[in-house]
Ligand binder design. Structure first.
Ligand code: HEM
Length: 466
């Protein structure tokens, strides 16, 4: 029998899990290297006191903290403490096996990354800063620098963001479709809510099980900073209320995207065809620039449908005649079209095991280095982010296609990528698609619950239990 759903402990869950801070338009991310754990831990402990939790109502600013597995090790955690984390988190995003899986090869290879790669200073700690405006963000950042940097921590990189709007750099409305999460979202009867354990460690997931997570023998936590695990015979629940955070800096070739669209949609006389350009771009994404989904607005943009997220594909558009089978949103969340029985409740249930909470922010300006700081949360990196990236976005055989990875974001287009627009009587095929998105950095982080954060910063280390 499925375990009963426990209420989410929002006071102990970091705010980024509960919300995307959409009212906090300014943000920046600091990546720090742990140089000296003895000095770094109290400095991080001071920052931890500022960490925003999931029940804070409309804060003016927010701070959240996350750690790579290398960071946890450098802060002094031992093998026993690290063992319970997932394999993919432990190996890290830049591990060669993961690079092959994610398509991070060639131009996208970690050796060429700005941060997070093998030749970069370790990105051990991620400090996520958000504020209502740039002035407030500047003050928050100055405070963080004063409190933490220098004390055993150095700056590996600072990643700025553009002021938050509802558009990503290619010009499409973003942030429309997010999973409804039990206990987090306002869920109505009949809504297709996803179990909290898909996003927060220590809760019931879509398999009816409490998530896998690091549990420690109680003696690790002699002072009782951690909650005790309901399923772990009195073990200290280091993972509870935490989540995994996937961070990828994705550079978008905005000029190249528009140039490509313009070239392949020219009229026979060579003149540009802005309307055809917009149609093709919308077909690649699966939504129009306003956000209107092609399944409901197949022919032209309809801004009144800009927030429409109430659709499936099987009943209305099984053959991709409205929204191409290979469009970005159709493959990132196939909704009701998954095998073995498309259109069934089972198909939707399978889809619920591959959802992510997207928390990205755009960055850059007209100078060329523009893109998305893609951030997403999930309780299982391999089954959620990596599966979407590998099996759906980068997979040329997705949905019965045979040479079509994601036309917008696939990062493995060093082979003959084609985008097919299904139509009757004849489909159109766009061959040799260039790569519009490239990876500039990335890492897998653990975003601990607040009690676990205290344990990390204040728990007895060397000379204590080790
Ligand atoms: C620079 C790269 C990317 C761009 C420009 C981009 C753009 C978009 C846009 C415009 C939407 C539709 C708006 C919405 O539903 O919120 C969307 C949806 C989505 N994207 Fe991306 N995306 C990018 C990368 C990724 C990556 C790397 C993943 C996952 C590995 C991803 C997963 C999703 C998901 C799950 C949805 C929602 C689909 C749905 O539920 O209908 N995206 N993206």
């Amino acid at each position: 029998m499925a375990a009963a759903a426990a209420p989410l402990e929002l006071d102990d869950i970091q705010g980024l899990v509960a919300r995307g801070y959409s009212a906090l338009k300014s943000a920046c991310f600091l990546l720090l290297t742990v140089e000296d754990p003895t000095a770094a831990r109290p400095a991080l402990g001071r920052l931890a006191l500022l960490a925003t939790n999931g029940s804070a109502e409309s804060p003016e600013s927010a701070l959240n903290l996350a750690f790579t597995s290398g960071g946890l090790r450098r802060l002094g955690l031992d093998t026993g403490e690290l063992d319970g984390f997932s394999k993919e988190f432990a190996s890290g995003m830049a591990d060669p096996h993961r690079s092959r899986l994610l398509g991070d090869v060639g131009e996208n290879a970690p050796s060429r990354w700005r941060w997070g790669g093998p030749d970069c200073p370790p990105a051990d700690v991620l400090v996520l800063l958000y504020a209502r405006d740039d002035g407030l963000l500047g003050r928050l950042e100055a405070h963080v620098r004063q409190d933490a940097l220098g004390d055993g921590l150095t700056e590996a990189a600072r990643l700025g963001t553009s002021s938050l709007t509802d558009r990503e750099p290619f010009g499409f409305r973003d942030g429309i479709s997010q999973p409804l999460v039990e206990g987090l979202s306002k869920v109505a009867v009949g809504d297709d809510a996803v179990k909290a354990g898909e996003f927060v460690l220590g809760y019931t997931n879509e398999y009816g099980l409490l998530t896998d997570r690091p549990l420690l023998p109680a003696w690790y936590d002699a002072t009782g900073l951690l909650p005790r695990a309901p399923d772990g015979g009195g073990a200290a629940d280091f993972g509870r209320n935490g989540s995994y955070l996937v961070f990828r800096q994705l550079r978008q070739d905005v000029a190249g995207f528009h140039r490509y669209l313009e070239e392949v949609t020219r009229r026979p006389d060579g003149a540009a065809d802005p309307e055809a350009r917009e149609v093709l771009a919308a077909r690649m994404v699966g939504r129009w620039p306003s956000g209107a989904p092609l399944v409901h607005a197949p022919l032209r943009d309809d801004p009144s449908l800009g927030s429409d997220n109430d659709f499936g594909y099987f009943a209305t558009d099984p053959h991709g005649l409205s929204c191409p089978l290979g469009a970005h949103i159709r493959r990132a969340n196939p909704r009701d079209s998954l095998d073995p029985q498309p259109g069934s409740a089972q198909s939707v249930a399978i889809g619920r095991r591959h959802r992510i909470l997207r928390r990205g922010r755009a960055y850059g300006d007209d100078s060329g280095d523009t893109g998305l700081h893609f951030l997403c949360l999930g309780a299982n990196i391999s089954r959620q982010f990596e599966f979407i990236q590998h099996t759906w976005l980068n997979n040329a055989h997705f949905n019965g296609l045979y040479d079509g990875p994601d036309p917008v974001v696939a990062s493995c287009q060093n082979h003959d990528a084609t985008f097919t627009v299904q139509a009757r009587p004849v489909r159109t095929r766009y061959r040799d698609l260039p790569q519009f998105v490239s990876v500039r950095g990335g890492a897998y982080f653990f975003l601990p619950g607040l009690q676990a954060l205290r344990y990390l910063c204040e728990g007895e280390r060397a000379g204590g239990h080790r």
